[in-house]
Design a protein. Structure first.
Length: 209
């Protein structure tokens, strides 16, 4: 039996699987258990995200983060969003337009850092990274080749317009993609509604979900 740490790129998982579906109330422990080999043990789950700025979306996200916090051995690691003005080509090809661009900062670096630190501390025998971000290719390769531990990739590619990153898949020891064939796993990996926290308080699934 191997100790497995799961590293979840939260926004990548949301846009790759949950957005515009009925599966947004995801229990990450149940999902992780469905992605690893039977008999292995989930030792730790690390969830990486950033707080969205839209008020209504922020309220929904806050409820979800409270639900995640009820999962034993799950920790939440927050980056941030950065909005800045920039010039981008117009769609009609007629010069440039000034726009505000919003980027999420910190999650990929935080994920890579914790993956490396945990591997150095021998905190796991196997790591499962849930992401489709090619920025993670190098840390996955280093953990495998320099530290000799097993790393798998689960690319969230449920939506038809997304495909697994070949570079990321090739960097890993094994893959366990989350595709449209995994509807049953996603259905079975939903939180109860409501979730009850350690203080006995109810955390309800947002009505808009």
């Amino acid at each position: 039996m191997a100790r497995v740490n799961v590293y979840v790129d939260g926004l990548n998982l949301y846009y790759g699987v949950a957005r515009n579906t009925r599966y947004r109330w995801l229990d990450l422990r149940k999902l992780s258990e469905g992605l690893i080999r039977p008999g292995n043990e989930i030792h730790r789950i690390r969830y990486f995200t950033a707080r969205v700025t839209d008020h209504e979306a922020n309220v929904r996200q806050a409820a979800y983060l409270r639900a995640l916090a009820t999962i034993p051995n799950l920790t939440i690691h927050e980056g941030h969003f950065r909005t800045y003005p920039t010039s981008m080509p117009r769609t009609d090809g007629r010069g440039m337009a000034e726009v505000y661009r919003t980027e999420e900062k910190g999650s990929d670096v935080n994920l890579a850092s914790h993956l490396l630190f945990d591997a150095c501390a021998q905190d796991f025998e196997t790591a499962l990274v849930i992401s489709n971000d090619t920025d993670l290719v190098f840390p996955v390769q280093e953990v495998r080749h320099r530290l000799g531990v097993t790393v798998g990739i689960a690319c969230p590619v449920y939506h038809r317009d997304r495909v697994p990153s070949r570079e990321l898949v090739d960097a890993a020891d094994f893959r366990a993609h989350i595709t449209r064939r995994h509807r049953r796993l996603l259905r079975q990996s939903q939180f109860a509604d409501p979730v009850i926290d350690a203080a006995g308080r109810e955390i309800r699934k947002p009505a808009a979900w």
